[in-house]
Design a protein around this ligand. Sequence first.
Ligand code: SAH
Length: 426
Amino acid sequence: MPHDAGAAVPCDVKDLTLAEVGKRRAESTFQAMPVLQTIRKRFIKTQPLAGVRIAACLQVTAESANLMITLRDGGASVVLCASNSLSTQDDVAATLARDYQIPVFAIKGESNEVYHSHIASALAHQPHITMDDGADLVNALHTRRQDLLSGVIGGTEETTTGVIRLRAMVRDGVLRYPIVAINDAQTKHLFGNRYGTGQSAIDGILRATNILMAGLTFVVCGYGWCGRGVATRARGMGAGVIVTEVDPIKALEALMDGCRVMPMGEAAAIGDVFVTVTGGKAVIGKEHFEKMRNGAILANAGHFNGEIDIEALGKLAGARHKTREFVEEFVLRDGRKLNLLGEGRPINLAAGEGHPASVMDLSFANQALSVEFMTKNHASLDKLVYGVPEELDKQVARMKLESMGVRIDRLTLDQERYLTSWSEGT
Ligand code: SAH
């Protein structure tokens, strides 16, 4: 059933009458995104994206809505679909379609089938540029819609796991257009991944369960930028933190950051809360569930819903039922109960609202500037994954500091000379 009655543009959203609430939410969120606002003002004047068709597949939130509005105001024709079936804010989707004439295909809780039909609808826009969060548009274009590839000039990718997949495509020689890896920007992963996931994952867990963190044993699986953030915040709230890792350097770092480090097989028996942030699959599996304490809580803040082996958990359980909106209790045959949060999907987006706007400001400023960069420079780029140009990355940091009223020092000419020469010794 189409959900677009009353919208001037094609869309599939839950309920257009939610637009009023969504509009207020999107507008107030924009206040916390000063860097993106500054870019939008320049885009309105200079129209750098005039005539560019963009298909975006992102978490559909008030933050991404403001990115869409910025791109549209820069002259682009934009469509948006969801990169995650649980993270869509239905009111925001409604306002984009009704009040901003941006076609949106996203409904919170949509089935897998609808999810893929929404990706197909976004691609029907025949994009020049794709904007992904998990490489789903790239994947669909390279498999089901190769007919559209010749019209694509480039793309961007928001997240760690998407970038890993795109690099694998380059390695296999199958990527057909250049992509800018937004996640590689320092102003993305050092902030969105560390402080964004660090806070929003804990926020999602607390909203889902209302547990007291103090005194708990909190197991963080994976010590990348997201894992560091989660571990630091958990410790700050009084939990004892255990980190599990496969990389010796990251493990050593976790240890020196004050965490206990051990294999998952040992952590399984002592943890109260487990959070996966690895980007991998089945990091917590059958042999771990078998050892866990009664009442253990399982959450994922990494990629999709494969980091916790839910199928294996289901097989171990005699019964399963929802105890709260985002908590499913699995009753194992020996009577132990394990609690899975948010169906094992990224908990910050499933039970929370994703990262706060002030940190998405950085990621989405990188997105906007990278789309502009791609529009200008695509002819000289190869079919590779590129980082965000360093000067854009620095520009984003500078703009953010400025918006916060923070000033920093400048090197004197003499200092600059000293730091770039080799002839001046001790
Ligand atoms: N695509 C996968 C994993 C990515 S989730 C999935 O959805 O299952 C992580 C990404 O979500 C991050 O790169 C982050 O930038 C993005 N994100 C987090 N909070 C967001 C928000 N409020 N609005 C839009 N995107 C957000």
